[in-house]
Design a protein around this ligand. Sequence first.
Ligand SMILES: O=C(O)C[C@H]1C=CC(=O)O1
Ligand SMILES: [Mn+2]
Length: 373
Amino acid sequence: MGPIINDINCLIVDIPTIRPHKLSVATMGAQSMVLVRIQASDGVEGIGEATTIGGLNYGGESPESIKTNIDAYFRPLLLGKPANRLAELRQLVCKNIKDNHFAKSAIETALYDAQAKRLGVSVSDLFGGRVHDSIPVAWTLASGDTQFDIAEAQKMLDLRRHNIFKLKIGLRSPKEDLKHIASIKNALGDDIGIRVDINQGWTETQAVRYLQALADVGIELVEQPIHYKNLAGMARLTALGRVPIMADEALRGPQDGFRLAADHCANVFAIKIEQAGGLQAARDLISIAEAADISLYGGTMLEGSVSTIAAAHLFSTIGNLEWGSEMFGPLLLKDEILKTPLDYSDFSLKLPTGPGLGIELDEEKLAFYTRKF
Ligand SMILES: O=C(O)C[C@H]1C=CC(=O)O1
Ligand SMILES: [Mn+2]
């Protein structure tokens, strides 16, 4: 008989950010990560993570609701089930539990980590193997202060950590944002790629009015400018062809990906394993984009190291990750819960070579940052 799922433990880990991180939907001073640890009867443990942005500011799942739903619904459903039958487990979960994409992603990541460890391979091997051993990583400038952002970008360039930057806009007026972008662009020069993420902060009218201005100041990509449900609007903005449009919040799984591709709602898909509903769902989304000639980008929910590296394993198997990634979440946090932090160097994230996710938790640090109820 194969390994059986013996236990599932779920904890919330709170770590402060290195500076306030300002999005149009929230200002973050700390990140709350839900860690899932799954134990199987063969002694193998798998780890997964679910992380949201600003509690309920970004989407319908909060760290607290994720933990409650894992403890109350996922755990009883999965205890005693075969730990190595990943496709069957995914179907069981999807049949019995609606929505809850972030929780599903954490559970599935832990199952993949354990299964890869069991087989002595890395998680990327379970998705066909790596095409890349490292992934380019953009940094998000979101302190809310233009001069601070410029200094931060220059520091990242000096450290050779990031040479692509994303700006979070949509909190201030478009005119103020344009001034902010132009100052940063002028300070950093033409060779540095700059993108903006509006996080649904604009109306379609504002987008029609200001997309050309964004292109004129040298913005190379505009992420989720309008409400995620306004797909017809996304299609109209994409058809304008002023600047490539990337979908983020509108992509909550393969069905959304199919709709967006069929209706020409975006030029680029931001792939997030949590928003998609897990590694397998994200893989399906990637295939839809590839079939539709939609370019790919590795997105983040500002996850900690566990989910960041899980996503990186999947992204390493993509032939053309044309817009790189933003897998910088762990670097936004003041501390790390891994024994060996992830390797960020030469403007990219290096994939670990060990079995599973290739990471190990630092139990002392984890105990220190675990929320006590
Ligand atoms: O893409 C998002 O909407 C979420 C996230 C990614 C980078 C960042 O600063 O926030
Ligand atoms: Mn985004």
